[in-house]
Design a protein around this ligand. Structure first.
Ligand SMILES: NC(=O)C1=CN([C@@H]2O[C@H](COP(=O)(O)OP(=O)(O)OC[C@H]3O[C@@H](n4cnc5c(N)ncnc54)[C@H](OP(=O)(O)O)[C@@H]3O)[C@@H](O)[C@H]2O)[C@@H](O)CC1
Ligand SMILES: Nc1ncnc2c1ncn2[C@@H]1O[C@H](COP(=O)(O)OP(=O)(O)O)[C@@H](O)[C@H]1O
Ligand SMILES: [K+]
Length: 595
């Protein structure tokens, strides 16, 4: 399990480390710079070899730095803050290896934070700092061809507003807008500059610089990935993500799910977010694959009811497919018994297409209440194909009042678009999972959705500033939105997408990112969401708590999609579950985000 940090958390950790007196900001910056250089040579080992005859060293090359002279060239773009400071360290370290450097700088040295200023001054003893302009940047490449490496150290966790002016022009060119492929030679320090590491958005540029033409080859971040690396467009523009340990572990105090009410930016930003399905770096919380492993161990000799009875409520005639998918998924995930509650007109249709799943005629809300008198029914899934309207609202009310574990998806959510409060009033904490996609989320949580979407759509700087100031912190993220929705509804909220966020009403959140080795774009297929709802309901029938069920289901969903591969349709997902579970039993390595 990997813990994701917000920018504020990262700053807190750094502050605590420095205040302890065991390490200085300069030490950390030096380690960061060294980590970037190491990551560059790990990415491009061929750069360690000499190339061609060695020319005479330029005026500023100092033999007493102890290196040799190389034909390798790097262009380093340094911003006005500590991200720029890291850049100056990289320049110095590459120079020590004999590289030829062109270093661009922003701002005046006296305005820089102290550690960055020291490193800029150290660099200035070795070579010039060229004021950053797009023309100057292009001139370097047009005269001598592309450099071996470009280092983007303009802005990192301290980015506070949309990038403008010459820096913006350079970032667009770097992303390929001029036709040159700088990006495949670019290493980004902490983030491709301009990416908000809390939200995964590039303010003012929804598609990223150069209209998202190219991603940088490598992003090197420190201590832990940040939320913005794995959500929004972060994964599209970061390239390979390398995490560099700079010795801050002893000062991380984010064990468990602490709430720090005094923290700037409010409590929400200061609680743990974990990246589900990533390499385990810290103990303490159950990973989805562990939950799945646990589920494999059915008590021997148990009766089918010991493994839980799940009820999936179906829509009417010609609209039963979605519920059938969910029911099949619940059965495959190991619910001992799954029953489809079907309106009279659709019974024949459903019965003709199901075997292991049982069919029960349910005429309406009153009848559903009667069915739920059977206490063996542990979980209920409502929404897929159910239809939008009063009948669905009543069915949902009956299910929620029956005191079972309930997953609400699709039409069950949309039916409350006019009065979400009526739904939330019925939700008993610890029993309910809501699984909206973006559209359903907007219908249920319009104010939260407006906050989530407003800033990233604003290309207008002043408006963005106002929005930012109103929020009192960095860009509002999908994680913030899911958390706020969970807190206000009292349910576990699983907000779908490639970057699925699962938030518990008590605050903990996890991101399940289908990126890197877990990328499964073919999962965005009709009916996949119905299967996910069925997985969650099935797991809750097996007495898996709602948060664990949501997280485990999201993990299995992607794992099943990966096991099948392209060409997948929703029906295939439940059928891949046995293979995924067998893999777990055999100790096969699940797909890890970081690979
Ligand atoms: N934390 C740690 O443990 C460690 C952190 N480390 C490194 O420090 C980095 C964070 O440094 P940081 O806090 O100084 O922020 P940074 O990203 O350099 O930006 C701030 C500067 O940019 C400016 N500025 C902002 N937006 C702008 C815009 N759109 N357009 C123009 N200017 C803009 C802003 O100006 P201001 O808002 O103050 O006017 C300020 O001058 C982090 O990413 C990592 O690389 C490592 O050394 C290892 C240890
Ligand atoms: N790019 C993607 N990569 C992986 N999973 C995705 C991607 N886009 C969407 N998904 C997943 O596909 C499912 C789609 O569900 P949903 O939007 O409810 O569609 P439907 O109602 O057709 O089933 C969700 O679980 C979502 O997280
Ligand atoms: K950067």
């Amino acid at each position: 399990m990997t813990e994701l940090l917000t920018c504020a958390q990262m700053r807190d950790i750094e502050r605590r480390a420095i205040e302890s007196g065991s390490v200085t900001g300069l030490d950390l910056m030096e380690r960061a710079g060294q980590g970037i250089v190491d990551a560059i040579f790990a990415q491009w080992p061929e750069l360690l070899r000499q190339r061609g005859p060695v020319p005479a060293p330029p005026r500023y090359f100092r033999q007493d730095e102890g290196g040799y002279f190389s034909r390798r060239r790097a262009v380093v773009l340094c911003g006005p803050g500590n991200n720029g400071g890291d850049g100056y360290v990289v320049a110095r370290l590459l120079h020590r290896m004999g590289w030829q450097l062109t270093v661009f700088g922003m701002g005046e040295v006296e305005d820089m934070p102290p550690d960055a200023r020291v490193n800029r001054t150290r660099w200035s003893a070795l070579g010039p700092v060229v004021p950053l302009t797009c023309d100057a940047f292009l001139a370097v490449s047009s005269g001598r061809g592309l450099a071996d490496v470009y280092v983007d150290a303009l802005f990192g966790t301290g980015m506070t507003r949309p990038v403008q002016g010459e820096a913006l022009k350079v970032l667009d060119v770097l992303a390929g807008s001029g036709g040159d492929d700088f990006a495949s030679r670019t290493v980004a320090v902490d983030a491709p500059s301009g990416l908000c590491l809390d939200s995964g958005h590039v303010p003012g540029r929804p598609e990223g610089y150069g209209r998202g033409l190219r991603s940088v080859a490598l992003t090197v971040t420190f201590d832990s990935p940040k939320v913005g690396h794995v959500i929004g467009i972060g994964p599209d523009i970061c390239g390979r993500l390398a995490v560099c340990d700079i010795g801050l572990r002893p000062w991380r105090e984010f064990e468990g799910d602490q709430i720090d009410p005094d923290a700037p930016g409010g409590t929400m930003r200061h609680m743990n977010v974990r990246l589900s399905g990533a390499p385990m770096v810290r103990e303490g919380r159950r990973d989805p694959e562990d939950i799945a492993r646990h589920l494999l161990k059915r008590a021997s000799g148990g009766h089918k009811f010991d493994h839980g009875h799940c009820l999936v409520v179906s829509g009417g005639v010609a609209r039963t497919g979605a519920a059938r998918l969910a029911a099949r998924a619940a059965l495959r995930i190991g619910a001992g018994l799954v029953t489809l509650a079907v309106p009279p007109d659709a019974v024949a249709e459903v019965a003709a297409q199901t075997t292991a799943v049982m069919v029960r005629e349910v005429t309406g809300p009153a009848d559903l209440a009667k069915v739920l008198e059977d206490r063996r029914i542990r979980s209920i899934c409502l929404g897929p194909g159910l239809g939008v309207g009063a009948r669905t609202r009543e069915m949902v009310a009956v299910a929620l009042e029956a005191g079972r574990h309930v997953v609400l998806d699709a039409d069950a959510l949309t039916s409350f678009a006019d009065d979400p409060g009526a739904l939330f009033a019925l939700i008993e904490k610890g029993r309910v999972v809501l699984t909206p996609h973006g559209g359903e989320f907007a219908r249920l949580f319009p104010e939260i959705d407006a906050r989530l979407n407003a800033p990233r759509l604003l290309a207008d700087d002043e408006a963005w500033h106002t929005a930012l100031a109103a929020q009192g912190g960095p860009l509002y993220s999908k994680v913030d939105a899911a958390r706020e929705a969970a807190a206000s509804s009292g349910a576990v909220v699983l907000l779908k997408g490639r970057d699925t966020v699962i938030a518990l009403p008590e605050g903990p959140a996890a991101v399940h990112a289908a990126i890197g080795a877990r990328a499964a774009p073919w999962l965005a297929t009709a009916g996949a969401g119905d299967v996910l709802a069925g997985f969650i309901a099935g797991l809750m029938a097996r007495e898996c708590p709602p948060g664990d069920a949501a997280e485990c289901a999201a993990w299995l969903h992607v794992e099943a999609a990966l096991a099948f591969g392209p060409g997948l349709i929703a029906e295939d997902l439940p059928e891949m579950v046995p293979q995924v579970l067998r893999g777990l039993e055999n100790g096969d390595q699940p797909h890890l985000v970081g690979q």
